[in-house]
Design a protein around this ligand. Structure first.
Ligand code: PMP
Length: 446
């Protein structure tokens, strides 16, 4: 008699088609490698929580453990604690967004907000627009619901509106399959670029003209090292669905994010959330609430900014010093990431093994595109987690690995074993297709 007990290996044909098609997160896989003591990690997106003052963490946590234990350890409402949502309204006001607590839903990090939005809006085959490259965790969240994600290239002023318009013309006005445009306007992950105000306005105009929602994901908006504050899309149009999180300005381990959206939209997302987790962690929400009301969090944020600015500068300086002339990269004013573009013929996925041997990790660029192919010659590198000295050493190691690859390709090209890519010679300094900001002339990250 066959056993009713099914082991993991035997479940193959039971797995849902949508899960079968999903790709594992390159970043998660790289976590394991990054703990090796000989490896300097440029692959994560982690803030440096060692910068958090112990006194502030203790104070915020004590409130949950001692003062509000009965509530902290209990189930809460699906939308999250009212007091914490009031705190979120205050944080949003600082950014120029006016909202009421009943327009806010607390989520288990912005990541679960992405999943809830996908669950609420996407039927298989629906069209989603996004920057290309875009946040790989969003691609993962969306992919479970089987959409057709169309990537719009960006340049150093954010998503390219002329290319968005061209795509919208192909899709057509009020196409019921077109659901939303997902954007990370500030210090984009992985690109590091910021959408300029004119493009923000244009995106909203197009959303009205063509009939789609705008999902604004803003984990990095407060991590600005140069230049002035940019007005969120949400401040310009109340229909925008805004995602926030404490992960990059406080502690990602507390898994607290939020959605700010019109009440009718939140009511639908609430239905989706009930099936996901009933409610978020009351304990975490109380800690967050006290951190942002009872501790000098703005002073701590300033410390984060000073430290990250120094690390970003260390990375950009090291790239200038060590990277070969064929490489180009973005110059972020904030956030955590630099996007590097290498000549077309370099595959950063297959180069990763050599980088690990050299003691450095990065995230291959194809992870940030839904087709898993585009961006193969690119990589995302992070500057928030390692010390400036380690960052400089990591970039030096990485430059050596890249140089060895390029040398190999030069030999192949000179021998005629592979075709020289557009305009590339087998010379020592073959020009890449990209301009100085890492973008090809057509705006496609090269
Ligand atoms: N959106 C973007 C663009 C991110 O970079 C991240 C995390 N790296 C998230 C959402 C998820 O953040 P959280 O930790 O709040 O889940």
């Amino acid at each position: 008699m066959p056993s009713a007990h099914i082991t993991f290996d035997q479940t193959g044909d039971k797995i849902a088609g949508r899960i079968r098609k999903m790709r594992p997160s390159a970043v998660r896989n790289l976590f394991a490698a990054a703990v090796r003591p000989d490896i300097i990690s440029l692959s994560g997106g982690m803030p440096d929580v060692s910068l958090l003052p112990a006194s502030a963490v203790r104070k915020a946590t004590r409130a949950a453990v001692e003062d509000e234990r009965a509530v902290a350890l209990q189930y809460g409402g699906t939308d999250g604690r009212l007091e914490t949502r009031q705190v979120v309204c205050g944080l949003m006001r600082d950014l120029g967004v006016r909202c009421k607590p009943d327009e806010v839903m607390l989520t288990t990090g912005a990541q679960s907000a992405l999943d809830l939005i996908a669950k609420t809006f996407i039927d298989p085959g629906d069209i989603i627009l996004a920057e290309g490259p875009t946040y790989l965790g969003a691609l993962q969240a969306f992919s479970a619901y089987e959409p057709d994600v169309r990537c719009i290239p960006f340049d150093d002023e954010g998503m390219r509106m002329n290319l968005l318009e061209a795509e919208l013309e192909r899709i057509g006005k009020d196409n019921p399959r077109l659901k939303f445009c997902y954007v990370i306007p500030n210090f984009q992950n992985p690109g590091g670029v910021t959408m300029v105000p004119e493009r923000r306005k244009r995106l909203l105009e197009l959303s009205r003209e063509y009939g789609f929602l705008v999902v604004e994901d803003d984990p990095y908006g407060r991590l600005r090292y140069d230049g002035g504050h940019m007005i969120p899309l949400k401040a310009l149009d109340s229909r925008v669905i805004y995602l926030g999180t404490i992960s990059k300005v406080f502690a990602p381990g507390l898994r607290t994010g939020w959605i700010v959206a019109p009440r009718d939209v939140l009511a639908r997302i609430n239905l989706a959330k009930q099936g996901t987790d009933l409610c978020g962690s009351s304990f975490d929400q109380i800690v967050v609430e006290h951190y942002f009301t009872d501790t000098p969090w703005e002073k701590t944020l300033q410390k984060f900014l000073d430290v990250y600015r120094e690390r970003r500068d260390a990375m950009l300086g090291a790239l200038d010093e060590f990277f070969p002339p064929e490489a180009t990269w973005t110059h972020p004013d904030g956030g955590l990431f630099v996007w590097v573009t290498l000549p077309d013929y370099v595959d950063t996925g297959s180069m990763l093994g050599a980088a690990l041997d050299a003691g450095v990790t990065y995230v291959p660029g194809d992870s940030f595109f839904p087709d898993g192919v585009t961006g193969r010659n690119c990589m995302r590198i992070n500057f928030s987690y390692e010390t400036p000295e380690n960052i400089i050493e990591a970039v030096r190691r990485l430059a050596k690995v890249i140089e060895e690859r390029l040398e190999l390709y030069r030999i192949f090209i000179a021998a005629g074993a592979i075709k020289a890519p557009d305009g590339a010679e087998a010379s020592e300094h073959s020009p890449s297709r990209a301009n100085s900001d890492g973008f090809a002339p057509d705006g496609q990250p090269a």
